[in-house]
Each structure stands twice: as structure tokens, then as C-alpha cells.
Design a protein around this ligand. Structure first.
Ligand code: ADP
Ligand code: ADP
Length: 230
């Protein structure tokens, strides 16, 4: 069963024109897609639909097999817990440490503090921040802050991870390393969508690519070719 399904979805803000026009796309569990297009193309808008921050103006959107127009408030928040999102501007809390930022989604579930600390330390070590557990975001580099944001997005083990321009302010080498991290998460079963305007970077990875052109979403590169052994 697809994790995400757009059927003839249109999105307008107020009385404006279609920002997204006649979108039909399906994301299967375990897939990894890039979403490209210049600034203003509608990438964030598409991610916000998948995160239930907006509803389609017309058309049908299903997440985890549920039609989003049928969800009440409680069901919406339950569904959102299965989705991790990484914002372009990180949105970390500057007065909390890296560990505390990542721990937030767990502490509100009522998990014992010792267990929270252990889980979060493990994850932060995995993203290469073992030495920065007690650092506050303003003392970290852009790449380090981005990794804190990634850890916070995945600490709850979401089925679907949405990343909006996650490499935006990072230099090329660090950006590439971040995408390797997403690939590791994907290998462990997380479905991933990465929005980026950087097509050169995206093209170095072997994943299908959607492009938003005039509000329409098109598959411009399909699933990777499986290498044959003679
Ligand atoms: P991208 O992420 O590709 O840069 P966006 O989804 O942010 O594109 O924006 C697509 C278009 O929709 C732009 O013209 C933007 O100005 C407009 N837009 C985005 N969010 C809103 C909003 N909340 N209200 C009105 N217009 C918006
Ligand atoms: P992003 O592309 O990362 O969403 P933006 O600067 O486009 O960043 O959007 C930041 C915020 O401003 C978003 O909440 C978006 O909905 C809103 N926004 C973007 N464009 C417009 C617009 N033309 N009119 C009103 N709100 C907008």
C-alpha cells in the first residue's frame, strides 16, 4: 500500500493561482525521492501538504492509506507523529542543549529520563555529534546544527522523513555527507523525500527525481537501474 498518494491535487493560497497543479504522485514505503525545482516552484508547499500543515484545495491526498480530508484533529496529530520533518532554517531551540533539543519529542511521550538520555546520546553519536551533546545550537556550525535537526526529526522513528532544502546553507562536501546519512536511514526502512534546488548535488545520487515545473510535478529521473551481473 502506498505511503503517500496525490490524486489530481491542486493547491492555491487564498484567491491566488494554482501553486500546485494537477499533482498525481505515489510514494511507496521504503522509497527515496528528490524533489527539485527553482526557488518558488512549490517544493515547500508540497512538503507542507504531506506534513498536514495544509490541505489540498481540490483533489485527494492519502497518507498511510488514510484520506487526509477525513481526519479529525486527534487523528491528524497521530498521523503526524509518524512523520519527521527537517526545516530549512533548522528551528532548534537556542537555549537548550543539542541533547535537550533532540530529547523533546521523547520527553513528551513520558519515556523515563535515563532512557531518553541513552537513546538521544546514541543517535547524536551516530550523526557524529558525540562530543557536542551539551552544546547549545548557537555554538555549533551550520552542518552540526543541521545534524541536530535531523536527529530530532528521526528520534521518534518516523516512517516518513521530509527534508526541506536540508543542504541549503552547507558547503558541498558537508551537504553530500548529510545525504549519505539520509541513505543510511533509508536502508533501515524510512521513506524519504528531500526537496532541493541543487540539481547538481541531487544528480550525484541514484534516486528518482521529481521536478516541479509550472506547478506540475513530473518524474524527470526514474528509479535507479538495478545493476546486472552478466
Ligand atoms: P519553494 O519551496 O519551491 O521555494 P514554495 O512552496 O515556498 O516554493 O512557494 C511556492 C509559491 O507559493 C511561491 O510563489 C510562494 O510565494 C507561494 N506561497 C508559499 N507559501 C504561501 C503562503 N502561505 N501564502 C501565500 N503564498 C504562498
Ligand atoms: P520556504 O520556501 O522554506 O517555505 P518561504 O520563505 O517561502 O520559505 O516561506 C516562509 C513562510 O512564509 C511559510 O510559512 C510560507 O507559508 C509563507 N509564505 C511564503 N510565501 C508567501 C507569500 N507569497 N505570501 C504569504 N506567505 C508566504
Amino acid at each position: 500500500k502506498p505511503l503517500v498518494r496525490f490524486q489530481d491535487v491542486h493547491l492555491r493560497y487564498g484567491n491566488g493561482p494554482d501553486v500546485l497543479h494537477q499533482v498525481n504522485l505515489t510514494l511507496e514505503p521504503g522509497s527515496f525521492h528528490f524533489m527539485v525545482g527553482p526557488s518558488g516552484a512549490g517544493k515547500s508547499s508540497l512538503l507542507r501538504l504531506m506534513y498536514l500543515a495544509h490541505r489540498p484545495t481540490t483533489g485527494r491526498l492519502s497518507l498511510f492509506g488514510r484520506d487526509v480530508s477525513q481526519l479529525d484533529r486527534k487523528e491528524t496529530s497521530m498521523l503526524r507523529r509518524r512523520i519527521g520533518i527537517i526545516f530549512q532554517d533548522f528551528r532548534l531551540l537556542d537555549h537548550l542543549t543539542a541533547l535537550e533539543n533532540v530529547a523533546l519529542p521523547l520527553t513528551i511521550t513520558g519515556m523515563p529520563l535515563e532512557k531518553v538520555r541513552r537513546n538521544v546520546s546514541e543517535l547524536l553519536s551516530w550523526v557524529g555529534l558525540a562530543d557536542n551533546l551539551d552544546s547549545k545550537p548557537p555554538t555549533l556550525s551550520g552542518g552540526q546544527q543541521q545534524r541536530v535537526a535531523i536527529a530530532r526529526a528521526v528520534i521518534g522513528r518516523p516512517s516518513l522523513l521530509l527534508a526541506d532544502e536540508p543542504t541549503g546553507n552547507l558547503d558541498d562536501k558537508i551537504a553530500e555527507r548529510l545525504l549519505f546519512l539520509f541513505e543510511e536511514l533509508n536502508k533501515r526502512g524510512t521513506t524519504i523525500v528531500v526537496a532541493s534546488h541543487n540539481e547538481a548535488l541531487v544528480n550525484r545520487f541514484n534516486h528518482p527525481v521529481f521536478k516541479i515545473i509550472n506547478g506540475e510535478v513530473r518524474l524527470i529521473r526514474s528509479a535507479p537501474v538495478i545493476e546486472q551481473n552478466t
